[in-house]
Write a protein that binds this ligand. Structure first.
Ligand SMILES: [Zn+2]
Length: 678
């Protein structure tokens, strides 16, 4: 065969090439080392070799159908090489021009020197990081510890040869950048003068050919949706605590990290691994060579459980309802009458049987794209738009809690589905306080637990709660996740479950029967988050298994995975109990307080309204929980509106969400496994 004769020849050629190459290399090396050694040594003495950290591109955040919610785009930044800058005869003048150019472009530059902008100079309030950097600087130059700001500025003027003609403001501006550059050289950490340059600013800076000033590329976060601001979160420079944590993982000091929301919770997946690049420049600042000693590894994409269309519908429905409640209240008010308007609310939509959060709205919200510019306004807004009410707002559940008391009563054998109680309207046998049904002096008559849920009778649940006792009520409430961690990856408040223990520890009094009556109808000390209420509702709908609430659907790339739903607790009640609860909540939608919205709705909806008193003279908070369809429920939700007056108004928010649910494409599958996994 012909190949046989060729093989030995090829083998000889293949071995010959490396040997020849090695020979050439040796010759070159010899030439370099021996012949040019002296000249090279001279030259390389003036070369500057810098090792810099190169950040990895951050992963995208997607919704469950793969729609991009947050991505990154290239940002053009200004970097300054200190060693090249100081070769200019007027480095401070270069900096002032550069500052003026970026200022004109409305961009600003980075300056963390903790000294006020104008004379008389003083230190500004310092973060722990600024304080330690200042200490490093003064120690390095053997300046007096705690040197007054005025003296430090005088030292800057001399040390950085800031011309006498500069006024104090100009001197401060130049000194700020000189300080940043020197700190970077001495202690590292990286310094970027300005980020996010426009094309015209790039052109303006480039044509001036400032020594040591170059346009480099970085990356900035881009938000593809105006929704879900509280859930997506932001990235930003590290605080002290974050630096302590992330420096262990090799993050450079100037790395941007997730501060809150999904950006914060899923930082470990999104961030990627920094690379390391060595750049050699000659004395003029020109790059002679640049190579990676370690390539950066891009972060993974994170897919959330969110459905962007559900999120949009939920945010819009909640905002519209609050606007409507406020408009009606203003219309009804007499001339000159003081009106208490609703300041906000929240709504969480959860998938039954997985704990997937499909939507979570907190009103008022904000747009992440304009967050930076609006930060001061957002902070000062009395409606506190930056607080995620869905996870951190605590609200009394009102009558939505009656389903817990019903569960405990049925499961502990205190009542059966058909046990009837006659509504006397009032319990006044306890000294000092009487407990009334809202129908009092009327009565709901003789009713069973389903009718009691439908009519939201207080009397029925006073009696049932008293007979079953607070400890059993609390056991069931905890299994439903009320006053417990929901499992969500984001920061949440765990609320308060009213109990003997809570009262003794926090009020310093023992628990009375009267407390049990109040707790049984959702009053007393109970305070829960909208997320807890949604998880509670999903647990009722699903028949007792409480799944961990979660936003993570999956992570792509090497080491990627799909989230596996997890049961956190199980409500010990049988199927008949849940059928009874579902029937009662269905009757509440069909014939009770939410019937004006749901009595002839296209799918059977189960719901419970709640109204919670906040204080004597404030408008009540409104609460509403609902799930659908009645058979094989798929979605559950909770809505809370501060000063919403009555839970049944909120049925309209639920209706908009169920409309979305009915109109969505039931065949559409979430992002398939093979697009998430590597
Ligand atoms: Zn009643």
């Amino acid at each position: 065969m012909p190949t046989r004769s060729i093989r030995p020849l090829r083998a000889a050629v293949l071995t010959a090439i490396p040997i020849l190459l090695a020979g050439v290399l040796l010759a070159v090396l010899y030439g370099l080392q021996v012949v040019n050694a002296q000249a090279l040594q001279e030259e390389s003495r003036n070369n500057v070799t810098r090792t810099e950290t190169v950040s990895a591109s951050r992963g995208d955040i997607l919704d469950r159908y793969g729609r991009v919610l947050v991505t990154s785009e290239v940002s053009y930044d200004v970097s300054i090489s200190r060693s090249a800058l100081v070769t200019d005869e007027d480095p401070n003048g270069v900096l002032l021009e550069l500052i003026a150019l970026t200022e004109e472009a409305g961009l600003g530059h980075r300056d963390t020197l903790p000294v006020t902008w104008s004379a008389p100079f003083a230190y500004t309030e310092m973060s722990a990081g600024q304080r330690s950097r200042l200490a490093d600087y003064t120690a390095h130059f053997e300046l007096e510890e705690g040197i007054p700001a005025e003296e430090l500025m005088a030292w800057f003027r001399e040390h950085y040869a800031i011309p006498e003609g500069y006024d104090p403001e100009e001197a401060r501006l130049a000194a700020g950048v000189r300080w940043e550059l020197e700190m970077d050289t001495l202690f590292g950490g990286g310094y970027t003068f300005a980020s996010g340059l426009s094309q015209s600013l790039i052109a303006a800076i480039s044509e001036r050919c400032y020594p040591g000033v170059s346009i480099t590329t970085g990356s900035r976060r881009v938000y593809r949706t105006p929704y879900a601001a509280h859930l997506l979160g932001r990235v930003g420079p590290m605080n002290e605590e974050q630096w302590a944590k992330y420096s262990q993982l090799g993050y450079p000091m100037n790395a941007l990290v997730g501060q809150d929301g999904a950006e914060g919770a899923f930082e470990e997946y999104l961030h990627g691994t920094e690379g390391e690049r060595v750049t050699v420049r000659n004395a003029a600042g020109e790059i002679l060579s640049s190579y990676y000693t370690r390539e950066p590894q891009a972060g993974a994409d994170v897919t959330l459980t969110l459905d962007l269309s559900a999120q949009q519908v939920t945010e819009e429905a909640l905002a519209a309802e609050i606007a409507k409640i406020n408009a009606d209240r203003l219309k009804e008010a007499g001339p000159g009458e003081e009106v208490q308007l609703s300041q906000g609310g929240a709504c969480v939509v959860m998938q039954v049987g997985t704990g997937d959060i499909l939507a979570s709205a907190s009103y008022p919200s904000y747009d992440l794209a304009s967050f930076q510019e609006r930060y001061a306004d957002l902070l000062a807004d009395p409606a506190r738009p930056m607080v995620n009410r869905a996870l951190q707002g605590r609200y009394a559940p009102g009558s939505t809690f009656k389903v817990v008391t019903a569960t405990a009563g049925l499961s502990e054998g205190v009542i059966t589905p058909l046990t009837t109680i006659y509504d006397r309207g009032i319990i006044d046998e306890y000294e000092g306080y009487s407990y009334t049904c809202w129908a009092y002096p009327g009565s709901h008559g003789t009713i069973n637990v389903m009718e009691a849920l439908q009519m939201s009778c207080n009397y029925f649940f006073y009696i049932t709660g008293r007979n079953v006792g607070i400890d059993a009520i609390d056991r069931y409430a905890a299994a439903y996740g009320l006053g417990q961690s929901t499992g969500i990856e984001l920061y949440e408040n765990t609320g308060i479950l009213a109990s003997r223990d809570y009262k003794e520890k926090n009020v310093g009094e023992s628990w009375y029967v009267g407390d049990t009556l109040q707790a049984a109808i959702g009053q007393s000390y109970h305070l829960f988050t909208p997320l807890q209420l949604a998880s509670y509702c999903a647990t009722i709908a699903g028949g007792g298994d409480r799944y961990a609430a979660h936003l993570l659907f999956g992570v792509s790339g090497p080491g990627g995975f799909l989230y596996t739903p997890t049961v956190l607790s199980t409500v010990e009640a049988d199927e008949e109990t849940f059928d009874t609860l579902h029937q009662g909540m269905y009757m509440a939608s069909r014939y009770g307080s939410a019937s004006y919205v749901f009595n002839s709705y296209s799918i059977p909806v189960c719901s419970k309204t709640g109204t919670a008193q906040v204080s004597e003279d404030a408008v009540n908070n409104a609460v509403f929980i609902a799930f659908a369809p009645k058979e094989d429920p798929e979605i559950a939700l909770a809505v809370v509106v501060e000063s919403g007056a009555n839970g049944y108004y909120l049925a309209e928010v639920a209706r908009d969400i169920f409309d979305w649910y009915c109109s969505r494409d039931p065949e559409a599958a979430p992002i398939p496994e093979n697009t998430i996994l590597p």
